[in-house]
Design a protein. Structure first.
Lengths: 235, 345
């Protein structure tokens, strides 16, 4: 088990956004959290990465307790977070964005190797590497956000809504890269509104509803589950 | 010739120094002009220092005169009261002056650390309020400290700063800022400015980088304070009020926040402008205000926002570099050519 979340509860003031959920991620898996808006998916991921304060419960990463540790330390331990809505550094160029992600990597050879990998996965970024990121399209910004995660190079990559607001073709491209990252050894925890897409690549999945996990199972099981089909797949 | 083209600043800077010295020697620069140029230098250092916090790191410090006051009083205390420098021969005098400047900077940096440590974890406006409060507290403390003259002010500080020392420190400040921005520290600070959460998720220790920028900035402000003290020869706590802090903010935002060249020009031009406008007598400050308004209306990013002089040779920030050619009328910007080495770094 690379990640183990136990009875996680996160509050925003008096509002309980996540009401004591437990789940785990095994090494090498793709696990996805699906659910409607406001179900607590993003809050859960942010709490895992230390961006949100955990009220009760524990988060264990590689056997170590990382509950309420500073985010940069969690990244250093090998948990990379691709935040919702891309969050590109708009005043820097594409290359500089990637270099920021390499801040914790000390080995220069490894850095240039990971840059090459990003440019191989997303040739579009290579064309635009000296441009200011203000000139990138939404899809290219998401590619850059994923590219940054590749350069940071965690064992567990947490992706928050990577398909949000993107054209279907680009969503496919992003998901292919996620699959490839997984094949190369990274464990993936994915939070997605596009439930069909997420469930079809996931090994296991959890359904979140208003801060609670209501269903869990393999991706295929949930795809066939009539309740899920009804609520999230719109068939 | 090629070397000259690539290293023009190494030739130009000493030439400017020699030219200034010659102008002074032949009496073209009188004492009035000299004092304005020296104050402009002090203001440039202050604006560059503020740029590191407000421009590069995106935090709001609005009490920077407080750090300047610390540097000014500590260094003056050193040269005037602890060692009576004015009776010494030139060489130990200068050495002590430089030492006092560095100590002033260090003490200001210590204050920067003490202020920054608890507050830089907070976001946005809180820091602004705390820095404003700090500036006023420093002023209040100086006002009741008898051995630095309390509310009477500190008089008879030896005149040790001159054009050479001030502009040497200006060049050092530009150099430090340039190298800071071009390092991974500077990029981390800019990442924090652009998006704090994303910076966090890339493993950047946000509060650490904020404090590094803040302490560096406070040090520079302390050095500027020392230069100010040894130019004006008289210090009074009310000089370092929040109005002074606001002046530096105006220089920075009119010049172009986030740009080294902008901070340089802002500090220089806006110090000299009110003096040039003196012939307008009582209309002087009205025109000054109107000019500021025009700058902000027509160039909200500041005169040099998002641009840098090409002789600074900045690489970071997706910056458009401006060469002399562009300033002299050619509209087309020279887009920064990213070299192949950049990929391998």
């Amino acid at each position: 088990m690379i990640l183990e979340v136990n009875n996680l509860q996160v509050n925003y003031g008096a509002i309980k956004a996540v009401k004591g959920i437990s789940f785990y991620v095994n090494e090498g898996e793709i696990v996805t959290l699906i659910g409607a808006n406001g179900a607590g998916k993003t809050t859960t991921l942010r709490a895992i990465s230390g961006l949100e304060r955990v009220h009760t419960g524990t988060v264990k990463f590689k056997g170590e307790d990382i509950t309420n540790i500073a985010p940069h330390k969690i990244v250093g331990m090998g948990l990379t977070h691709v935040p919702e809505g891309r969050r590109i550094f708009t005043n820097l160029t594409v290359m500089e964005n990637l270099r920021m992600a390499a801040l914790l990597v000390k080995d220069k050879g490894e850095i240039s190797k990971s840059f090459d990998e990003v440019f191989e996965l997303f040739p579009r970024l290579k064309e635009r590497r000296t441009q200011s990121t203000l000139t990138l399209s939404g899809g290219e910004q998401q590619m850059l956000a994923v590219g940054r995660a590749i350069v940071t190079g965690g064992d567990l990559v947490v992706l928050d809504e990577p398909s949000m607001g993107l054209a279907p073709m680009i969503v496919d491209e992003i998901f292919n890269v996620i699959l490839r990252l997984n094949k190369e050894g990274a464990t993936i925890l994915l939070n997605e509104q596009n439930a069909y897409m997420a469930l079809s690549i996931a090994d296991r999945a959890y359904v979140l509803e208003t801060g609670n996990i209501t269903l869990e199972g393999t991706g295929k099981d949930l795809l066939d589950n009539p309740a899920v089909q009804d609520a999230y797949l719109g068939s | 010739m090629k070397w000259l083209k690539n290293n023009s600043e190494k030739v130009a800077i000493p030439l400017v120094f020699v030219a200034l010295w010659l102008l002074k020697y032949f009496g073209v620069i009188n004492n009035y002009l000299l004092q304005i140029l020296m104050l402009a230098g002090v203001n440039i250092i202050m604006t560059e220092s503020l740029n590191l916090v407000n421009g590069v790191t995106g935090q709001n410090s609005i009490g920077h005169a407080g750090f300047m006051a610390v540097g000014a009083y500590i260094s003056a205390l050193f040269t005037d009261i602890i060692f009576n420098v004015s009776d010494m021969p030139l060489i130990p005098q200068t050495a002590l002056f430089l030492l006092a400047t560095i100590i002033g900077g260090i003490i200001a940096a210590v204050f920067g650390y003490l202020i920054g440590m608890p507050t830089l974890r907070l976001r946005g406006d809180y820091l602004a309020i705390v820095t404003l409060g700090f500036g006023e507290v420093i002023r209040a403390i100086i006002r009741i400290t008898p051995f630095v003259g309390a509310a009477r002010g500190m008089m008879g500080i030896p005149k040790l700063a001159n054009l050479f020392w001030i502009y040497l420190f200006v060049i050092l400040a530009l150099y430090v800022c340039r190298n800071f921005i071009d390092s991974s520290y500077g990029r981390a600070c800019m990442a924090i400015r652009d998006n704090e959460i994303a910076a966090n998720t890339l493993g950047i220790n946000v509060s650490r980088y904020k404090i590094i920028a803040f302490v560096t900035s406070a040090f520079m402000a302390g050095v500027a304070g020392s230069m100010f003290a040894h130019t004006m020869r008289y210090l009074h706590p009310d000089i370092f009020s929040y109005i002074k802090s606001t002046d530096f903010l105006v220089y920075l935002y009119a010049g172009g926040v986030g740009s080294i060249s902008g901070a340089f020009l802002g500090g220089f031009v806006l110090t000299i402008l009110p003096e040039i406008l003196r012939f307008m007598q009582e209309w002087r400050l009205v025109i000054y205000g109107a000019l500021l308004l025009i700058i902000i209306l027509f160039r909200p990013q500041g005169l040099f926002g998002g641009k840098e002089f090409s002789w600074l040779k900045l690489k970071t920030g997706g910056i458009h570099q401006m060469g002399l050619k562009d300033l002299l009328g050619r509209k087309k910007m020279i887009k920064k050519e990213a070299s192949a080495e950049e990929t391998s770094q």
